[in-house]
Every structure is written in C-alpha cells, then in structure tokens.
Ligand binder design. Structure first.
Ligand SMILES: CC(C)(COP(=O)(O)OP(=O)(O)OC[C@H]1O[C@@H](n2cnc3c(N)ncnc32)[C@H](O)[C@@H]1OP(=O)(O)O)[C@@H](O)C(=O)NCCC(=O)NCCS
Length: 187
C-alpha cells in the first residue's frame, strides 16, 4: 500500500523523501562517473540555487527510520514543453490553443546504487514519481520529461515505464528527450 506523509512517500518497505544535509558526505556509487560527481559534489549547490530538488529512496522500517543506506537518488526541476515541439503528440493535448507550453516536471538526474541495480528499484522510482506529481500538486503539471542517455538499455528501461520520445530529431544525439503523460496515471 502506498501512503504519503508530507514530503515522504512510503511504499512496500521503501521511503522516498528529500535528501537532507545530515546525509552528507554521500558514498553513493551508481557506476557512472558524471552522475556520481553530481550527487556527491554538486547536488547541494544546485539545490541552494533552486535548480533541482533531490529525493532519496531507502529501505524503510518504522523503528530504524532513515538509517538504512540510500539505494536510489532522483532530482527534479520544473520544465515545460512547447506545443510546437510536440507535434507528433499534440492531439493528446485538447487545450492546445490556450496552453502553448505544456507544464512539466523534469527528472534531471536518476541513479540506483550499483549493487541494487536490476532489482526494479529504478522502475519503482519512476512509478513513485508519477504518483508524486498527480497528488497534492501546488501547480498544474501534465508531463514528466527527461534527457535519457542514448543507450538501448537505458531507453528500453524508460520505455517499459511508459516514456515515449518527444520527436525523432535527436535520434543520433548523446541524449534523447522523453516524456510521460501524467494524465495516464490514475489519481
Ligand atoms: C538505469 C538505472 C537507473 C536503472 O535502475 P535499475 O534499478 O537497475 O532498473 P530496473 O531494475 O527497474 O530495470 C532494469 C533495467 O534497466 C536498464 N539498466 C539496468 N542497469 C543498467 C546500467 N548499468 N546501465 C544501463 N542500463 C541499465 C536495463 O534495461 C535493465 O534491464 P535488464 O535488468 O533486463 O538488463 C540504473 O541502472 C543506473 O543507475 N545506471 C547508471 C546511471 C544511469 O545510466 N542513469 C540513467 C541516466 S539517463
């Protein structure tokens, strides 16, 4: 069962909640040096500058709340997608004349601790994110977006969670822009 307490989501023995100052220094290692560097060295600065907000996922037991190691990290930023960049999908957005930009939240960074990969933790982070941004919202938010590494394993990981390519123009680039329509997530 999924429950929400203020900024924390509890689900099946896991908690997702904002990373706090007390959790540093982070020993997090996802096997990707750019992402490790961001989470170990840059995350607080980006947060102070209000560019990202980062949440951590850890095994949750009421008696030892917050003490188990972090298994996943996810950072969010506000985003928007111009309707004209969304031509392949615009029929899904009925109010397009009134909303030339579709409000979105971007998954700016996502990583799972190396020894916990391939266990469904990354998919769980995506599913919790979908619930997070359709409940108790302070603003309208229709899409989740992300810039995925253009690597077949990473792309298929996101596609299995219902993410689609916004367009085909970036198919040979290092990263591909993907989106998930939150209207598909039942409230
Ligand atoms: C990509 C990642 C977030 C997936 O998390 P996860 O908990 O392993 O994901 P799940 O168990 O839900 O799904 C596993 C699938 O993710 C993909 N995947 C898993 N590990 C991966 C890795 N190291 N590199 C690329 N793709 C990976 C594969 O498609 C995998 O399917 P498989 O188990 O059949 O091979 C995680 O592997 C990771 O942090 N990788 C390093 C950082 C990264 O590439 N982040 C994404 C940036 S766009």
């Amino acid at each position: 069962m999924l429950t929400q307490q203020r900024n924390r989501i509890l689900y099946e023995g896991f908690a997702l909640e904002p990373l706090t100052e007390q959790q540093f220094p982070l020993t997090f290692d996802c096997g990707d040096s750019d992402l490790n560097d961001f989470f170990r060295n840059d995350v607080r600065d980006h947060e102070r500058q209000l560019f990202t907000k980062t949440y951590c996922l850890y095994g949750y037991d009421a008696e030892m709340a917050g003490k188990s190691p972090i298994v996943g990290l996810i950072s969010y930023s506000n985003d928007s997608v111009r309707i004209k960049d969304f031509r392949d999908h615009e029929e899904e957005i009925p109010e397009k004349k009134r909303y030339p930009n579709i409000p979105a939240v971007k998954i700016a960074r996502l990583a799972v601790q190396q020894d916990f990969q391939h266990l469904g933790i990354g998919s769980l982070l995506l599913n919790l994110t979908k619930v997070f941004f359709v409940t108790n919202n302070r603003t309208g938010c229709r899409l989740l977006t992300l810039d995925a590494y253009n690597d077949s394993r990473v792309l298929s990981f996101y596609m299995r969670s219902g993410f689609q390519f916004i367009h085909d123009k970036d198919r040979h680039k290092r990263n591909r822009i993907m989106f998930y329509d939150l209207n598909r997530t039942p409230v």
